[in-house]
Design a protein around this ligand. Structure first.
Ligand code: HEC
Length: 122
């Protein structure tokens, strides 16, 4: 009897914990997944460059963990670079445009994830 109480209380507190996870956290996890799926082959799994594509690339992807370089870029510029590609921000065409892949919210979440990677703000 005591055992089953414990089980029920355990299940209830797990449920409560799940309900308390703020929405933003789920979005951040999605942004990380998106980054690993779509960006890591160039920018590297950890964002510091050196993805599998980079050996043959004439322009190296930006190091997203470089706080100094990244804090010089505004959130708006990062978003534009992601949405419209390198060319739109006078950078290399090797940075592809992603607006067909991500909606506005997902783009914002990716910018947020880049800020996590660089541990910096604009
Ligand atoms: C095919 C390789 C490739 C992929 C995939 C890629 N990038 Fe890039 N990215 C680049 C390159 C190369 C640059 C550097 C361009 C330059 O410095 O001229 C760059 C630059 C950037 C920049 C900096 C722009 C600036 O103003 O300096 C951001 C932000 C960025 N990428 C975000 C992303 C995100 C987010 C993804 C995934 C959704 C992604 N990239 C996927 C190659 C790639």
């Amino acid at each position: 009897m005591k055992q089953s109480y414990r089980y029920i209380i355990g299940a209830l507190s797990l449920l409560a914990a799940m309900m308390m996870v703020p929405n933003g956290m789920a979005e951040a996890a999605t942004a990380r997944d998106n980054y690993r799926t779509y960006c890591a082959q160039c920018h590297g799994v950890n964002g510091s460059g050196g993805g599998v594509n980079t050996e043959s690339m004439s322009v190296q992807p930006r190091d997203h963990t470089d706080a100094k370089g990244m804090s010089g870029l505004t959130d708006a510029k990062l978003k534009k670079a992601i949405a419209e590609g390198g060319l739109a921000v006078s950078k290399s065409v090797l940075m592809p445009p992603w607006r067909a892949t991500f909606n506005d919210k997902e783009l914002d979440a990716l910018v947020g994830y880049l800020r996590e990677l660089c541990k910096c703000s604009e």
